[in-house]
Design a protein around this ligand. Structure first.
Ligand code: FE2
Ligand code: FE2
Length: 280
């Protein structure tokens, strides 16, 4: 099994010449059952990085979307033009309009951050949208979490992320946030997009649905970079109880939380950047 990070904010040291970074996330997955893409980045680096790494995206069997933010969905149309009609998996809320609050001095603005791609556009390319809300098996060794119950009291949502309801900006519940799970001979590999549902909430949800499997590795955006120090400390303390062997952070984990994770998990910690190639 192979997992290669195709889009990420930064580039892995030692990557082939020419790999580019962008704010976003996409991971290529290759297993005996097929090839998959989890997220598509913003759309500026996906095809370029795949070509530079010698990865043939035309052979993809499926695409999965972690949630509807532009930095995870922006490359979707470009890749569907290469693959031809294939199945695209997402939560039904993944294409709704959403915004991020930005403050410049006293001025507040709401920046659109939803997917630039609509479900209709995907259907127009003759690809099939497959919506899921609950924990779903996609292939023999591949699962999607579906909606993740928000139970950990310390995993507060990011208050800057909003939707418009009846003319007012209200917190975005981001029900569409889901993660991918691969079953491997070493245990489960969890790939987060942004983990807006909470890293610990997501891991607990996986443990409830696959109680006989140990979590071997986590990869991806943990969204710890936008949260209070107290929350990050609690999340990281709780993460220690899972006995995870490899922790590869990306994207919205942020420098401060990455440093904290590195100190706690030592040799188990790594950065999963554009060009990072994981073989199991
Ligand atoms: Fe993101
Ligand atoms: Fe996000």
């Amino acid at each position: 099994m192979r997992i290669t990070i195709l889009c990420e904010n930064t580039v892995a040291p030692g990557s082939p010449l020419g790999i580019l970074g962008e704010h976003g996330f996409a991971a290529f997955i290759e297993s005996s059952a097929g090839s998959y893409l989890f997220d598509t980045g913003q759309g500026n680096t996906l095809l370029h990085n795949a070509a530079t790494l010698g990865i043939d995206l035309s052979r993809l069997n499926r695409i999965m979307l972690s949630h509807g933010h532009f930095d995870h969905t922006g490359g979707l149309i470009d890749v569907l033009k290469i693959t031809g009609p294939i199945d695209v998996h997402a939560h039904p809320d993944a294409f709704q309009h959403r915004f991020a609050l930005a403050k410049t001095g006293r001025k507040q603005t709401f920046r659109p951050i939803h997917s630039p791609v609509s479900a209709k556009k995907i259907k127009d390319l003759n690809s099939r949208m497959i919506f899921n809300t609950s924990f779903t098996q996609i292939e023999s060794n591949l699962y999607l979490t579906g909606e993740v119950p928000r139970r950990a009291a310390f995993e507060m949502p990011d208050s800057r992320l909003v939707i418009k309801k009846n003319g007012k900006f209200v917190p975005d519940p981001l029900k569409d946030d889901q993660s991918a799970i691969l079953k491997t001979k070493r245990g489960l590999i969890v790939i987060f997009g942004c983990a807006h549902a909470g890293m610990i909430n997501t891991l607990n949800h996986i443990r409830r649905n696959l109680p006989d499997d140990k979590i071997h590795m986590i990869i991806g955006g943990t969204h710890l970079g936008f949260l209070s120090d107290a929350q990050v400390a609690k999340s990281i303390a709780c993460l220690q109880s899972f006995g995870i062997k490899k922790i590869g952070v990306s994207h919205c984990t942020g420098g401060k939380a990455s440093l904290h994770l590195m100190k706690v998990f030592k040799e188990k910690f790594f950065f999963a950047n554009a060009g990072t190639d994981i073989r199991i």
